[in-house]
Design a protein around this ligand. Structure first.
Ligand code: PRP
Length: 210
């Protein structure tokens, strides 16, 4: 049995669609319910719906053999897992953003609001800039508007949230997408199953031109 952690929400639904198409279906998952675990003995899979930012934790601890997590989460928490494939979905960018028409005062310590303190720290230390971090858990865009921070480090997908709040991207830090990850000891003990699944996903992505 392969234990698979899927991120709850739009990304998870897309990921499950891929798994279903390559022969790892579990029809019960499509029924409307509040259940969190779904099993199909025939295809040998057990799926869990978990909070997207928790997928890597389940995989790192071995509660799930494999899972799908955003590169943002992998960069922020650096879980001890194998990253096997870039799924090419859930694409967005990690960026520095701030109010339009404001200029950075070089030399001044920058106040950065973010959900990703490690990514922000790594980025600013790579360019030798001193920062203070304000850690928030959502609606990050409010911080510069209310004068609480100079900039934010956050995910930009369509750019709508920034645009509708009169903010703009100042610098792009890194491209983000969903990654297929595996627990290290599961990979050792279930090598054949995990490799077969990885290969099928890779073939599917190639076929679909992703
Ligand atoms: C994320 C991110 C941005 C927004 C970007 O927030 O933090 O706010 O999506 O998407 P866009 O460029 O397509 O507008 P999320 O929806 O996860 O909510 P949050 O404010 O709770 O973090």
């Amino acid at each position: 049995m392969l234990n698979i952690a899927l991120p709850k929400g739009r990304l998870g639904n897309k990921v499950y669609e891929i798994f279903e198409k390559i022969g790892y279906e579990c029809p019960e998952i499509n029924e409307k319910s509040r259940k969190l675990i779904f099993e199909n003995e025939k295809t040998g899979v057990r799926y869990f719906w978990v909070k997207p930012s928790d997928v890597a934790i389940y995989v790192e601890h071995g509660a799930a053999d494999i899972g799908v997590a955003g590169k943002d989460i992998l960069l922020e928490y650096t879980p001890d897992v194998y990253e096997l494939l870039d799924l090419g979905i859930g694409k967005c960018r990690m960026a520095v953003a701030g109010k339009k028409d404001t200029r950075d005062k070089i030399g001044k310590t920058l106040t950065v609001a973010t959900k990703f303190p490690n990514i922000a720290r790594d980025y600013y230390s790579s360019i030798g800039r001193a920062i203070d971090i304000i850690e928030l858990h959502g609606s990050i865009e409010l911080a510069p508007i209310l004068g609480m921070s100079d900039v934010i480090v956050d995910i930009v997908e369509t750019g709508t949230t920034l645009r509708e709040n009169n903010l703009e991207v100042k610098t792009e830090i890194v491209d983000i997408s969903a990654r297929f990850i595996a627990n290290k000891s599961s990979f050792k003990f279930k090598t054949a199953e995990i490799e077969a699944l990885t290969e099928k996903i890779a073939e599917y992505l190639k076929r679909e031109g992703k």
